[in-house]
Ligand binder design. Structure first.
Ligand SMILES: *Cc1c(COP(=O)(O)O)cnc(C)c1O
Length: 370
């Protein structure tokens, strides 16, 4: 077994013009946060998602923060979001001085449960954040119906869902505003990076202002507001543009990996899978399974043993209501679906460089531990 290569849970793949565009930046000396690749990547990404505006920023987390600022979220406001997500979905709300209000997961899709939203809406509720968890689009029809009844905007956290679709529209174009991440393990990457997408011109202008220290666009070095330095560099945008040019390759390779897992594990009733809602096409960010109660080993032991055999996996996110900054005694037992998924779920290696043989090896080792 020692001659086998280690299989990481995620890794970037550079299949196109990444090196060429980065060299072009170096040759031109345009390596900072102005330059043609910023504009090209923004325009191409807006086209790809089907929105009017796409605004680059330094990370998925800062994209969420800028989007919440554009929605007017501030101190005293409440924002609804799923508890089963990456921590920065809630942190961005906290950065605004607002309160995250956690919502349980749907058993099938593992996404925010639309039937749990209404009971948490108060006079202070300002917005709903949905997260397309592990690339599986949220059932937007159900969430939109609640949002419409209460006149609330929806922010899509699409950090894991570049190219995912719901009813023929792409993630990032499914609500008022969307936020993407280009971290190294995401579907396409710039190393670190983020993007906000919207059709709303006023929100786009405000995001441009706030990501660049709040500098007045018509008067250089004049600062009417307190802004942030949330800019991305031309160097990173160069990588992003090349990655976007090969997005069909990345999505296709991930779809193949997903189907290989489903084939290899088709006869394994002790595993549970994340469902795609009707009308949804996943981007397959992380193929994930839950271990049934009848499995012999604990979830953590299975992951430790897989690692010893050269296979890296991840636990599903710890629900945010269980993390120290967000714990409240009254949350105890309030999120039974998210807690059960999180306790039994494993993210399996998912990226564009995996071979059919890799997936076969991973599945053989996993099944031997059930
Ligand atoms: C990765 C991720 C983020 C944060 O993106 P960064 O670029 O790491 O800041 C936010 N939300 C979700 C759901 C993510 O997976």
């Amino acid at each position: 077994m020692s001659d086998k290569r280690f299989i990481p849970v995620a890794a970037p793949v550079f299949a196109g013009n990444e090196k060429k565009y980065v060299m072009d930046c170096l040759d031109s000396t345009w390596i900072s946060s102005k330059g043609k690749y910023i504009n090209l990547f923004e325009e191409s990404f807006a086209d790809y998602c089907g929105v009017k505006h796409a605004l680059l920023c330094s990370s998925g987390t800062t994209a969420l923060h800028l989007a919440l600022i554009a929605l007017g979220v501030g101190p005293g406001d409440e924002v609804l979001l799923p508890t089963l997500t990456f921590v920065s979905t809630a942190n961005a709300v906290a950065y605004c001085g607002a309160t995250p209000v956690f919502i349980d997961s749907e058993p099938g899709s593992w996404n925010i449960d639309p039937t749990c939203l209404e009971q948490h809406i108060t006079g202070r509720t300002k917005a709903i954040i949905v997260v397309h968890l592990y690339g599986v689009p949220v059932d937007m029809t159900a969430v939109q119906a609640v949002a419409d009844r209460h006149h609330l905007p929806i922010l899509e956290d699409a950090a894991e869902a570049h190219g995912a679709e719901f009813n023929g529209k792409r993630a990032g174009a499914l609500s008022e505003i969307g936020a993407f991440s280009f971290y190294g393990n995401k579907i396409i990457t710039t190393g670190e990076g983020g993007m906000v997408t919207t059709d709303d011109g006023d929100m786009a202008e405000q995001i441009k202002l706030m990501r660049g220290q709040g500098m007045d666009p018509t008067k250089r070095y004049w600062f009417p507001v307190i802004g942030y330095n949330y800019r991305l560099t031309n160097l990173q945008a160069a990588i992003g543009l090349a990655q976007l040019e090969s997005v069909d390759f990345h999505l296709g390779a991930r779809r193949d990996v997903y189907h290989w897992y489903r084939e290899e594990l088709a006869n394994e009733p002790r595993l549970g899978w994340q469902d795609e809602p009707a009308g949804a096409t996943s981007a397959y960010w992380m193929v994930s399974v839950t271990l049934g109660d009848e499995v012999r080993h604990s979830r953590d032991d299975v992951m430790t043993e897989l690692h010893a055999r050269g296979i890296e996996t991840r636990p599903l996110f710890y629900p945010i209501h269980s993390l120290p900054p967000y714990i409240k005694p009254e949350y105890e037992g309030q999120f039974p679906v998210a807690d059960a998924l999180a306790a039994s779920g494993i993210n399996l290696p998912t990226w564009a460089g995996l071979s059919r043989d890799d997936v076969r090896t991973i599945c053989r080792e996993l099944v031997s531990l059930l």
